[in-house]
Design a protein around this ligand. Structure first.
Ligand SMILES: [Zn+2]
Length: 282
């Protein structure tokens, strides 16, 4: 019973928080992405797996790989206590439907042939378990995000893009720089994700989460990495940047920093991948 209630709550929060935005065309009949409806869990599972693979391929496109580091997770729609994730030691550019793995909270692989990235899953499982509303999560040891994380500082609202993260991310100093292989290491960071979509883990790197979709979590990771790069470029100029005022930053965050907008930003990336990398569906 408990599982069913939890699952229904997840479906409500993960399905369609909003198909509306300032970008939605007022003119009828134009081509514009829409979030699909699903009649069965099997359809929704297939959709989530395809988008998880695309998110991994997008991470490859954006040079977010570092050896075997980096993990992306999306809950199964029917069994939300289980997560689909990328296989251990497979390059993001080679992730495909057939090599995805399904794992439980303890890191046990319940479907798929590949091993699981233990260090990554400790963090992801702890965050998912402590936050039933979070459906997807991304983490990678990206160049700029990891460098910025060494500063132990939050992102400043120096651009409209950075304002998408204004008061919507945290800096986590717990377990800074210590690889998270013990389960309690994950637990000590899991509570930081209440009401935010991203975290900068000091001396480690970036993490993004979504209550909406793997597409949103993946896009906000790509965006956060870019914002870290931009802030460091601006600071390297030696000229003090002008900040977006807090009221304007909040306004921008509401309009261009939502889960739906993250999902929408991912659509052109997805379409590009469908054309360039049809092997992702194998
Ligand atoms: Zn890591």
């Amino acid at each position: 019973m408990n599982t069913v209630v939890k699952q229904n709550e997840l479906r409500r929060t993960s399905a369609h928080p909003s198909n509306n935005s300032i970008y939605k065309p007022k003119q009828a009949g134009l081509i514009f992405p829409t979030i699909p409806d699903f009649e069965t869990f099997a359809q929704e599972r297939q959709h989530r797996k395809e988008r998880l693979v695309a998110a991994c391929r997008a991470f490859a496109l954006h040079d977010l790989d570092y050896g075997f580091a980096g993990h992306l997770t999306i809950r199964d729609p029917e069994f939300p206590e289980l997560y689909w994730t990328n296989p251990m030691a497979v390059h993001f550019s080679l992730v495909k439907i057939s090599n995805l793995i399904l794992a439980d909270h303890t890191g046990k692989v319940v479907e798929g042939k590949y091993a699981l990235n233990r260090a990554g899953f400790v963090l992801h499982a702890a965050v998912h378990e402590a936050n039933p509303d979070i459906v997807a999560m991304c983490h990678a040891h990206s160049v700029y995000g990891t460098a910025f994380a060494a500063l132990g500082r939050p992102l400043e609202p120096i651009t409209q893009d950075a304002a998408a993260f204004f008061e919507d991310h945290v800096v986590i100093r717990n377990e800074a720089g210590a690889v998270a292989v013990e389960e309690n290491a994950g637990l000590s960071v899991a509570d930081y994700f209440k009401n935010v979509k991203a975290a900068i883990h000091q001396n480690h790197g970036l993490l993004t989460v979504s209550r909406h979709s793997i597409e949103a979590a993946a896009f906000w990771f790509i965006a956060l990495e870019r914002c870290c790069k931009q802030q460091m470029l601006v600071e390297a100029s030696g000229i003090k940047p002008l900040m977006v005022p807090p009221t304007a930053a909040r306004y921008s965050r509401e309009h261009v920093g939502s889960e739906y907008i993250g999902w929408l930003h991912f659509q052109p990336i997805y379409e590009q991948l469908v054309h360039s990398s049809p092997d992702m569906f194998e």
